[in-house]
Design a protein around this ligand. Structure first.
Ligand code: NAD
Ligand code: UDP
Length: 327
């Protein structure tokens, strides 16, 4: 049972996306009023359909790059508005950069005008292809500013700069979460990210695509854990100095992940190797000591639990029967 707290009116930009829709639902279940602002670039009406049954839910279709005005007072703003999957953020790179820079500025100005707390969804991509492993928050990263990932990585880095400049000038009470790879229900089947790709391919009986050798690593956080971390960061009275990593430190190679998926959703199709995308980080794992110490937060759902739950959701979503897993 979720604990009820005093009611706030909370703006969730990007609330119709994968993470945002879970966040909106959890906030509504805690009794808050939620305004979801989304352009539906990568989000979907399906993700928020059930939320429209809550009296306290309001949906605004708008691009954050356009000037923002709200008719009601908000106490908190979560900025999740940005495509997060590499093929999606690279589809219109200039718009991705503008979303993260102009969009974040628009939302920060709104936070200033409303005296609202502001939480920025930043990313582990600010560390680029890291030379330090695992990545602590004080690592400054190894990012290309000219490559095909730069529209997102550098957009998110500039967004962090804006956040901390607002904070230094006391213009807004800002918190920044650096989110590591997150997965779960509500990812789009055609999202292009690894967990959705592999599960959908296995369910459709087509070969699992591994880019490069599959030796690169990622650390996978289940979406409910991430939402708990975001809300814990928003809830602390004193915003922590600097950004906070949120992710699950369990680290897997992509080949290991493909193997887990094949055990869970057996298919005869096997795997196929495709070229490694440009600037693909070789490894990634969060150091979450600060989140543990300052927020009392750590993830609870290991991949061995979250992956079957996500597979079951995709099977329902795609109208497929989940085959018996291999032991
Ligand atoms: P998503 O693509 O599912 O959701 C993003 C949402 O933002 C979508 O609903 C989309 O329509 C909306 N959006 C995009 N551009 C917009 C714009 N210009 N104006 C208004 N709405 C816009 O992605 P997600 O996985 O839910 O990620 C949410 C946030 O968390 C993003 O900011 C992302 O950068 C960050 N993040 C996610 C992950 C992850 O693994 N899921 C990792 C690191 C950071
Ligand atoms: N990847 C893969 N096959 C896919 C999709 C992704 O091998 O079908 C790889 C990708 O090259 C990267 C890792 O899986 O090394 C994670 O990719 P994703 O797009 O999920 O997120 P990233 O961490 O790269 O932003």
């Amino acid at each position: 049972m979720l604990k009820r707290t005093a009611q706030n009116t909370i703006l969730v930009a990007g609330g119709a996306g994968f993470v945002g829709s879970h966040l909106c639902e959890t906030l509504l279940r805690q009794g808050h009023r939620v305004i979801c602002l989304d352009s539906f670039l990568t989000g979907s009406m399906e993700n928020v359909q059930a939320l429209c049954n809550f009296r306290e839910f309001r949906l605004i279709r708008q691009d954050v790059v356009e000037p923002l005005r709200l008719s009601e007072q908000v106490q908190q703003i979560y900025n999740l508005a940005s495509p997060a999957s590499p093929p999606q953020y690279q589809a219109d790179p200039v718009h991705t950069m503008m979303t993260n820079v102009v969009g974040t500025q628009n939302l920060l100005a709104l936070a200033e005008a409303h005296g609202a707390r502001f939480l920025q969804a930043s990313t582990s991509e600010v560390y680029g292809d890291p030379e330090i492993h695992p990545q602590p928050e004080d690592y400054r990263g190894n990012v290309s500013c000219t490559g095909s990932r730069a529209c997102y990585d550098e957009g998110k880095r500039a967004a962090e700069t804006l956040c901390f400049d607002y904070r230094r000038r006391d213009r807004a009470d800002v918190r920044v979460a650096r989110i590591f790879n997150t997965y779960g229900p509500h990812m789009r089947p055609d999202d292009g990210r690894i967990v959705s790709n592999l599960l959908v391919q296995a369910l459709q009986g087509v070969p699992l695509t591994i880019y490069g050798t599959g030796a690169q690593t990622r650390s996978f956080c289940y979406v409910t854990d991430l939402v708990a971390g975001l809300m814990a960061l928003m809830a602390v009275d004193e915003a922590p100095e600097g950004a906070i990593n949120l992710g699950n430190p369990g680290e897997f190679t992509i080949a290991e992940l493909a193997d887990l998926v094949q055990r869970l959703v057996p298919s005869a199709a096997g795997v196929v190797h495709r070229p490694l995308p440009e600037d693909d980080p070789r490894r990634r794992r969060p150091d979450i000591s600060r989140a543990k110490r300052l927020l009392g937060w750590e993830p609870r759902v290991p991949l061995s639990e979250g992956l079957p739950q996500t597979a079951a959701w995709f099977a329902r979503h795609l109208g497929r029967t989940l085959p018996a897993p291999l032991r």
